[in-house]
Design a protein around this ligand. Structure first.
Ligand SMILES: Nc1ncnc2c1ncn2[C@@H]1O[C@H](COP(=O)(O)OP(=O)(O)OP(=O)(O)O)[C@@H](O)[C@H]1O
Ligand SMILES: O=P(O)(O)OC[C@@H](O)[C@H]1O[C@@H](O)[C@@H](O)[C@@H](O)[C@@H]1O
Length: 482
């Protein structure tokens, strides 16, 4: 049974290539008259932490005590990195270089696609003995309060002395996880665990193709050559494989939908470190990292997985139904969603026989925010509202069907005639009802407005009704048995 531990026990030091990811978003309505290229009219701009800073962000998101050593320039992107780290709760132990700029990547996005990426960087060698010594000094001081070190190598120059960093931590008995770059992996010899993706692994160990035996054999040889305890090879849609002295373990991919795999490797090493720092066996930490990767690949750009998302994913992996929650769990899940800037939408109903009108309505509701809670009348409450012949489908059945819809995030039952008490407890940002209500008539609406939220009435799509379906079924007589 995989449970998500309290990661706040883990004190993780990330050292590596810090970056700023910038995104410019805009519509593309035409091709340039000057050259066959799309013209993007930029509307929004966004900045996110990238590279080693994204690893740190992923750690902080699950509550690990996180510090980050890296190099930024004395420039505006560097200041943006500092600001984002402060907001994320990462302690920055950054060196500021006068001689090279903060590594930054600008992605021009249109209709959720990257059109081009512009890199602002100079590969650098840490400037002479002074910067190298300063980094080492800062690192050695930080090791005192560290359970796990992560070396996030993007080959930009911060980890020029990675061998010395690994040795210093291992001398103190601190495990070191490395996300490697390039082909010279002797630099990482003596690390505890290396986490290449398959392409990086094959470039060093030789191609294994689809032959899993060849993969195992090459991984084992490399593990011994480098004197590392483990190798975790991430294999995109094939999940990941862990090789250690105890044997090998294959974890299939957990993604429900894949949108953008950028930064999934950062999430993997972050959750692996958080798990090991919290005292998990490496296999369990890898299983949680695999769940986290499945969560972030469904999001745009670099992203993080929260504890609540990991718990849901673990629950689903173990055969539990995703999205079906009790009230207390939902309160915690919504607090987490809000803490991360999500706008919570809620609606309610019986949803006895689902039809296209329901689907259009739920999709329109979901589009008003970032996540949708559907509160469902329990069976006794439906009988009181609609008579003893209803519901046709019991509560469990109705909730299962709803939770399978892409628009629906959480389904929760209620037993009263109206969901007022539940709505007042959950205080959604947007309360949605369908049909011919006035906003001031909607049960629970007052609580929502008093808490700063809004009540929205959506039109029903004409031509669909559960009652009409039941009448048609009755008119057509008893069904033949299959
Ligand atoms: N197409 C996919 N389908 C399902 N899961 C995926 C997919 N791509 C990635 N993942 C998940 O993300 C993990 C890491 O992905 P990948 O092997 O591509 O790492 P990576 O190349 O280091 O990522 P990046 O460099 O973009 O940070 C995989 O082990 C898997 O769990
Ligand atoms: O190594 P190169 O391509 O120069 O830079 C790294 C990028 O490809 C991206 O990598 C991802 O994993 C993330 O770390 C993301 O933040 C970063 O921008």
């Amino acid at each position: 049974m995989l449970t998500i531990p309290p990661f706040d026990q883990a004190r993780v030091l990330v050292v590596g290539d810090v970056m700023l990811d910038r995104y410019w978003y805009g519509d593309t309505g035409r091709i340039s008259p000057e050259a066959p290229v799309p013209v993007v009219r930029i509307g929004d701009e966004e900045r996110r932490l990238g590279g080693a800073a994204n690893v740190a962000l992923n750690l902080a998101r699950v509550g690990a005590v996180t510090r980050l050593i890296g190099v930024i320039g004395d420039d505006e992107p560097g200041a943006a990195v500092r600001g984002l780290l402060a907001g994320a709760g990462v302690e920055p132990l950054l060196l500021e270089s006068g001689s090279h700029p903060t590594v930054s990547k600008l992605r021009v996005m249109s209709r959720s696609q990257q059109l081009i990426r512009l890199d602002f960087e100079k590969s650098f060698a840490l400037d002479g003995a002074f910067e190298r010594d300063a980094l080492m000094q800062r690192y050695e001081q930080a090791l005192a309060g560290t359970d796990v070190v992560v070396c996030s190598d993007y080959g930009k120059g911060t980890l020029a002395d990675v061998q010395a960093l690994i040795a210093a931590a291992r001398r103190r008995g601190i495990p070191v996880l490395v996300d490697p770059k390039g082909r010279d992996w002797q630099r990482y010899a003596g690390a505890s665990l290396i986490t290449p993706n398959l392409t990086e692994f094959e470039a060093v160990a030789g191609a294994a193709g689809d032959d899993d035996d060849a993969l195992v054999e090459r991984a084992e040889r490399l593990r011994v050559d480098l004197a590392v305890d483990g190798l975790l090879v991430t294999r995109s849609e094939k999940g990941m494989s862990l090789f250690s002295a105890a044997g090998h373990l294959h974890l299939p991919a957990q993604a429900r939908e894949v949108f953008d795999v950028t930064g999934a490797g950062d999430t993997v090493i972050a959750l692996l470190a958080a798990g090991i720092g919290a005292g998990l066996e490496v296999g369990d930490a890898a299983a949680i990292a695999n769940l986290g990767a499945g969560i972030v690949v469904a999001k745009l750009g670099t992203a993080t997985a929260s504890i609540a998302e990991l718990e849901r994913a673990a629950h689903a992996m173990q055969g539990g139904a995703v999205g079906l929650v009790d009230e207390d769990s939902l309160v915690a899940l919504l607090a987490d969603a809000r803490a991360h800037g999500q706008r919570v939408v809620m609606t309610n109903g019986c949803f006895d026989l689902l039809h296209p009108g329901h689907i259009a309505y739920l999709e329109a509701a979901r589009a008003l925010g970032d996540c949708l809670v559907v509160a469902v009348n329990d069976d006794a409450s439906v009988r009181r509202l609609k008579g003893p012949a209803r519901p046709l489908n019991d509560l469990g059945h109705r909730m299962q069907v709803l939770r399978g819809l892409a628009a629906v995030d959480w389904v929760v039952p209620f037993s009263e005639d109206t969901p007022e008490r539940l709505i007042c407890r959950l205080e959604p940002d947007v309360l949605v009802k369908g049909g011919d209500y006035r906003p001031d008539e909607v049960a629970g609406g007052e609580c929502v407005r008093a808490a700063g939220g809004e009540v929205r009435i959506l039109d029903f799509v004409e031509g669909y009704s559960t009652t009409a379906i039941i009448e048609r079924m009755n008119a057509s007589g008893p069904a033949e048995a299959d």
